[in-house]
Design a protein around this ligand. Structure first.
Ligand code: ATP
Ligand code: MG
Length: 544
């Protein structure tokens, strides 16, 4: 694989001395080229104000911030964290930090003070960049963070004034490919978030994967809905998209089906990268709403973050005339690894195939590759350029991912005879009932296929007779009453769609599933609540 990366090494821009900086690739390499005057960021706020930044604008503003940071003592290797809503400053200052050689970190703007304290303490952050409003939460824990030297408030008069006086020229620090570029904490779906650290060299694979998996072309109008608080919002709405010189659209407001459709229509978005939770919510709003909008500009749709239910793919083909292309990766992998590229036919419910430069296999607990069609651990041969370089302050955790020449993802999956990968569940979530192993995803997908269901979370509930039984928590479409008749109907539906033994013996109707703030169903919380156990780290749990 090394040969492959060597062969495309010059797809990204290196400094003459062999050093590499991801922010130089996202911005400064366009200096004195025609791309300089192209729109890089088109930002629309919740209230509908639009701001347009060319690559040249972003270079200049990020330089000013980089100069400011350097003057305040930020040095190579320091951790500088962004605690900002989805405003232009988060995109720009992320790159400023990389330019200085420091390590950028992000924290989702809805985090409470404990979540902030955990992350800032663990990373030993020196600087936090935030807003007036959000800074209150940092102030509340500041005294417990001896390493935190400075809080920068981007909407303060002082900062704005100082920035005016900074030069818009800055020489990007010549970082080595292996120097750390950014770090962030995992989504916390399965437990306490881990501080995953990435190097500048990752840009090579991020660039390549975005080009292929998102089918990005120079004239595209690209919208990635992910927040930079999560890895998708960093890799695919800051680094790779700009490394490819793509005009990127950002909506700063909250999810709302009508507003999202309007956004797609108004900006004539061509490539749209989103997540299953949003797609399910759009689907639940029905076809009449989507038909009100002219969405013919859409050329390519992609999804990530969770398994994408087959029903969602079928629906997108019906209403947009094209499928969502699902793709699998993790904070730890640093870029998409398995995906439905434009070159392969989408099999609804499958994550697609590994990129040619990814060696993915399904292995058993003794690290042997299993036969096609058999369930096992989804594992990758390492290393690869965008692979995490460490887990901050936790070497033991880092080492635990690697066994017998494999990177073990912690996900269970299977591969079919055509080479497509199918997600089964997180290793901890797989249900063992009457001697059979069942992935929660297939049961959830069967439920979602039913007309009355918006979404479902499925867990294994301990049972004396069967080991575990399947319990489903089901969210119904508005206006539908959850009663015993419907329970019976859903059970029959799953039996018919899936298998006699794979139906949920227990069904509970609930208004909302517990999810991470990035929209992933937190089955561990459903399970802990069901069993009356402590619910563990809830720092990423969306508020109700
Ligand atoms: P934590 O590691 O803290 O529990 P997390 O695993 O949810 O959180 P991320 O790195 O954001 O943190 O998410 C990666 C995980 O998301 C994958 O391991 C997988 O379980 C799930 N995932 C991502 N994309 C897909 C996909 N296309 N299909 C199925 N699962 C996916
Ligand atoms: Mg994980």
């Amino acid at each position: 694989m090394d040969e492959f990366w060597q062969s495309i090494k010059n797809d990204v821009a290196w400094f003459e001395d062999g050093s590499l900086n991801a922010a130089h690739n996202a911005l400064d390499k366009y200096k004195n080229t025609p791309i300089e005057q192209k729109s890089a960021l088109i930002y629309e706020s919740e209230s509908g104000d639009i701001q347009i930044f060319t690559f040249s604008d972003l270079i200049k503003i990020s330089n000013k911030i980089a100069n400011y940071l350097t003057r305040k003592g930020v040095m190579k290797g320091d951790r500088v964290f962004l605690f900002l809503p989805r405003i232009p400053e988060i995109y720009i200052s992320f790159l400023s930090i990389l330019k200085t050689g420091a390590i950028a970190g992000t924290m989702f703007s809805a985090f409470g003070k404990d979540a902030l304290k955990d992350r800032l303490e663990n990373s030993e952050a020196k600087v936090v960049i935030t807003t007036k409003e959000l800074s209150e939460r940092i102030e509340a824990v500041k005294n417990e963070l001896p390493k935190l030297e400075k809080i920068i408030i981007v909407d303060s008069v002082d900062f704005k004034k100082e920035l005016e006086n900074e030069s818009d020229q800055f020489e990007v620090v010549h970082t080595e490919p292996e120097d750390y570029a950014f770090m962030l904490y995992t989504s916390g779906t399965t437990g306490k978030p881990k501080g995953i650290v990435h190097s500048h060299y990752g840009i090579l694979q991020q660039h390549q994967s975005a080009k292929v998996a998102l089918d990005l072309k120079s004239e595209d109008k690209y919208w990635c809905t992910a927040d930079p608080g999560w890895v998708t919002g960093i890799v695919y709405s800051i680094l790779s998209n700009w490394s490819l010189g793509i005009t990127t659209y950002i909506y700063g407001g909250r999810f709302d089906p009508e507003i999202w459709y309007k956004f797609l229509e108004k900006h004539k978005i061509t490539v749209w990268y989103s997540a299953p939770t949003a797609i399910r919510m759009l689907m639940a709003k029905g076809d009449d709403l989507v038909k009100k909008f002219d969405l013919t500009s859409l050329r390519y749709l992609a999804s990530v973050g969770e398994p994408l239910n087959p029903e969602a793919v079928i629906w997108s083909e019906k209403v947009f005339g094209k499928p969502f292309h699902d793709g699998w990766w993790q904070t730890e992998t640093g870029s998409i690894q398995i995906t439905n590229t434009p070159q392969i036919a989408v099999k609804p419910g499958s994550m697609g195939m590994p990129f040619p430069w990814v060696q993915a296999s399904i292995i058993d607990d003794d690290y042997n590759i299993v036969a096609d069609g058999k369930e096992g651990n989804l594992a990758l041969k390492y290393p690869w350029p965008s692979m995490m370089r460490t887990v901050w302050n936790n070497q033991e955790k880092y080492d635990s991912y690697f066994k017998d020449g494999w990177y073990i993802s912690g996900d269970r999956a299977k591969k079919d005879k055509d080479g497509y990968f199918w997600f089964i569940g997180r290793a901890d979530d797989v249900i063992k009932t009457s001697g059979e192993r069942i992935g929660p995803f297939e049961v959830e997908s069967a439920l979602v296929e039913h007309d009355s269901v918006v979404e479902a979370g499925v867990i294994g509930k301990p049972d004396e007779l069967r080991g575990e039984i399947i319990k489903a928590f089901v969210v119904l479409k508005p206006g539908i009453e959850g009663n015993d008749v419907l329970k019976e109907e859903l059970q029959q539906h799953v039996k018919k769609q899936l298998a006699g033994h794979a139906y949920p013996r227990e069904i509970e109707f609930i208004d909302k599933l517990p999810k991470t703030r990035s929209g992933k169903i937190m089955r561990r919380i459903l399970k802990a609540k069901e069993l009356g156990q402590p619910i563990g780290d809830t720092s990423t749990l969306e508020e109700y």
